[in-house]
Design a binder for this molecule. Structure first.
Ligand SMILES: NC(=O)c1ccc[n+]([C@@H]2O[C@H](COP(=O)([O-])OP(=O)(O)OC[C@H]3O[C@@H](n4cnc5c(N)ncnc54)[C@H](OP(=O)(O)O)[C@@H]3O)[C@@H](O)[C@H]2O)c1
Length: 355
């Protein structure tokens, strides 16, 4: 049996698609699980299992011999109903952490929650420290908070647990949130628009790059001061919706036009039809088309700013603190992978003409 065997749940998901290769590169033995079949991108030496953490009658085999846990499985509002969010966050975490306690081999367990536990409606101290009483206001935040309680209960029963609370994560492979905004801009460019309509009232954004989240997980899993504590994970830089729109518009050859109408821009049917036309032209359909245009940019939050003091007190430093550079790098990646299409005139610069 290996000295250190890491179990990664949620292994078919976005965050794990970066974490599992990073663990493998660092020489960890990895057991990974999701519900779907093994992802093609999973490192060959990772032991992959298809397991539903709620339905599987016995999680004993999954956790056997595990020394470290990265619990990433969960469901968010982009794709799941309230009932699914409860099932796949709360029930799944209760069952997994019960099995981890019973296994008796686990040295450290890290669970991925979310800063949505703080809620949007009740004003908390700003920047929000981890030790406030969270006031989750939406289904996802409530489910993540309840899931955290299962983790803290296991901690009280003797399991060395750590919780990370990331904001919206972006980077290569992301399919929702900022990715959906990037798709929206690409759709409008594809239609032929050269003005990108954005609501006049700016909304402050918060993001963290996937590389920073993965580094934070690898840093905290071994850190002696991380046991029994939650950690916010955020870039610490807060661009406005206007700034994000400017970055995207400039890259795709458009100009931002501020608009009094919060619902400005093409409607859902037009966006959907244009996306279909883009798929016909060879675009991959991975990025989620949000029902509401620019859904991610429009979500204001009175508790937007988060304290990084806890994470920094462990010696961790954020690497991607320039949103312009990080967002532009995302766009280049989506263009290269054809998850969005380049504007006419730029296509040859992105893909060889033979393709
Ligand atoms: N992405 C973000 O911006 C963000 C921000 C804050 C917090 N988080 C949290 O970070 C974690 C990872 O996020 P992500 O973006 O990687 O999520 P994701 O891409 O949506 O992937 C979710 C993963 O959870 C698995 N899963 C869900 N329910 C399950 C169940 N009942 N049993 C077993 N596996 C189950 C899914 O398996 P299948 O797909 O195979 O069914 C998938 O592998 C989640 O807990 C999320 O709440 C994410």
């Amino acid at each position: 049996m290996p000295d250190r065997l890491a179990l990664v749940t949620g292994a078919t998901g976005f965050v794990a698609s970066h974490l599992v290769p990073a663990l493998a590169t660092q020489g960890w033995e990895v057991r990974a699980c999701g519900r779907r079949p093994r992802p093609a991108s999973m490192p060959a030496r990772a032991d992959y299992r298809s397991v539903d953490l709620v339905d599987d009658p016995d999680l004993g085999e999954l956790v056997e011999g595990v020394t470290h846990v990265f619990h990433l499985a969960g469901a968010s509002s982009s794709r799941s109903s309230e009932a699914e969010m409860h099932r796949d966050n709360v029930r799944a975490t209760e069952r997994l952490f019960g099995a981890l306690l019973a296994a008796g081999t686990v040295e450290r367990a890290l669970a991925m929650s979310s800063t949505s536990v703080y809620g949007e409606e009740v004003q908390l101290p700003s920047p929000v420290p981890e030790d406030v009483e969270p006031r989750p206001s939406r289904g996802y935040g409530k489910a993540k908070w309840e899931a955290e309680q299962a983790v803290w209960s296991a901690g009280a029963a003797g399991l060395p647990v750590t919780v990370v609370r990331p904001v919206s994560v972006h980077g290569p492979g992301a399919v929702k949130l900022l990715a959906s905004v990037i798709l929206d801009v690409a759709i409008e460019r594809f239609i032929g628009l050269d003005r990108l309509a954005v609501h006049r009232v700016p909304v402050e954004q918060r993001l963290v790059h996937i590389d920073d989240l993965v580094r934070a997980c690898l840093h905290l899993i071994d850190h002696p001061d991380a046991v029994g504590r939650p950690f916010n994970v955020v870039s610490g830089v807060y661009p406005t919706s206007h700034e994000v729109a400017e970055i995207l518009a400039a890259r795709l050859g458009m100009t931002v036009a501020l608009d009094d109408d919060p619902d400005c821009g093409p409607d859902y049917d037009q966006r959907k039809q244009t996306r279909s036309a883009m798929l016909d032209r060879g675009m991959a359909g991975h990025i989620l088309l949000s029902g509401e245009r620019f859904r991610f940019l429009r979500k204001g939050n009175r508790n937007n700013r988060l304290s990084l003091d806890a994470l920094e007190s462990t010696g961790f430093r954020i690497g991607h603190a320039d949103p312009r550079q990080a967002i532009l790098a995302d766009v280049e990646w989506y263009l290269q992978q054809r998850w969005i299409l380049a504007p006419a005139g730029q296509r040859d610069a992105v893909r060889p003409p033979a393709e």
